[in-house]
Design a protein around this ligand. Structure first.
Ligand code: 2P0
Length: 353
């Protein structure tokens, strides 16, 4: 009745912002993402009659490998070879959301035993690094496995989606499509390409690690108030087709242009909601301008930003070092996490307790 799963965060190239069904977390549009090797969650779940209530805790990392302590550049590989120590706590609201998800999985298995859940992140929670994606992906797979539920990958993605929408994209390997669907059974995620298909990099520049004011769930609940939402949604099918075409022929500059436009489009919707949500900080905008300048100098690097101030710099492997150097020279990064395309959520043998 005990299992541990490790799940990557993911960065969306075509983004999810808005739901057609709040309870089932059915998205307003399809989205497409890359799993991240350096930003991940490890979760151990044990169900047992010995627990009189659900126990849900963050634990600090046991293994920490700092590649460059002074420069704070962390690197990890596909096999998730590194965990950076963090000391964080769940809020009551977060605990309740986790318990609700456990209840759903318990109901599927027809059991009522309480659970102990220990979880560990390799990156700051709530700073636009998609902690809920890796968190609910790891929780779903660990809990389902601990209860002996024989679920297919597709079923696991649908279950993870109910915990947090973007979590469904952290279950399959590599580059992942999440279908919008018309009901719970048709909104699932699958791998379009494995992690070794294209040697891309996401150089994640952390400029702030405080909890963001608006959590995504709440933020996107106001999406209908943006006058730009409908025009955004009309263009998504075209973007989804285009990104598949660009992936099939590995056209990096065209992919980068598309990723950037899509990010700005989503943020335009966020900023024009009522109340408006402005996730960017001064440093975010500095990085955007710097990226334009670096490209003008001949460095092929593009940005994307999620529901937070941090900036994901997308480049090809050959340009990774140049991008890191440029970021360091700017002097605004609190941390830099270098991500390669990663596999999805896996069961591991090493438990957290
Ligand atoms: C994405 N984001 O596609 C977009 C880009 C944030 C900006 O998916 O309410 O935490 O749990 O389904 O998945 C963040 O939204 O929201 C997100 P819920 P979630 O990655």
């Amino acid at each position: 009745m005990k299992a541990t799963a490790r799940a990557p965060a993911n960065i969306a190239f075509i983004k999810y912002w808005g739901k057609q069904d709040e309870k089932l977390r059915l998205p307003l549009n399809a989205s497409f993402s890359m799993n991240l090797s350096g930003a991940f969650t490890t979760t151990t779940v044990e169900f047992s009659k010995k627990y009189t209530q659900d126990i849900i805790e963050f634990v600090s990392a046991r293994h920490a490998e700092l590649v460059s302590a002074s420069k704070k550049v962390y690197r990890s590989r596909n096999e998730f070879g590194m965990i950076v120590a963090r000391d964080e706590k769940f809020s009551l609201e977060e605990k309740n959301r986790i318990i609700k998800h456990l209840d759903l999985i318990r109901a599927k298995a027809g059991i009522s035993a309480m659970a102990k859940v220990f979880t560990q992140n390799s990156f700051p929670k709530g700073a636009g690094a998609a902690a809920s994606a890796s968190g609910f992906a790891a929780l779903t797979m660990a809990a389902a496995t601990a209860l002996g539920l024989a679920l297919s990958e597709k079923e696991l993605t649908m279950l993870a989606r109910i915990g947090s929408g973007s979590a469904c994209r952290s279950i399959p390997d590599g580059f992942v499509m999440w279908e919008k669907g018309t009901g719970s059974e048709s909104s699932y995620a699958y791998s379009l390409y494995p992690s070794d298909y294209w040697d891309l990099r996401d150089v994640l520049v952390i400029v702030a690690s405080e909890m963001k004011k608006f959590l995504s769930t709440e933020g996107m609940s106001y999406v209908q108030s943006s006058p730009f939402l409908q025009s955004r949604l009309r263009r998504i099918p075209e973007k989804i087709n285009r990104i598949q075409e660009l992936f099939s022929r590995k056209d990096f500059p065209a992919l980068g242009e598309l990723i950037e436009k899509e990010c700005l489009n989503m943020h335009a919707v966020m900023m024009t909601q009522a109340p408006p949500i402005f996730y960017w900080m001064t440093e975010t905008l500095k990085l955007i301008h710097a990226v334009y300048e670096w490209r003008a100098q001949g460095l092929p690097v593009y940005f994307t930003i999620d529901a937070g101030p941090n900036v994901h710099l997308i480049c090809e492997a050959k340009d990774e070092q140049k991008v890191i150097e440029k970021v360091k020279q700017l002097g605004i990064a609190k941390e830099i996490v270098v991500n390669m395309p990663a596999d999805g959520t896996k069961i591991i043998e090493e438990h957290l307790f």
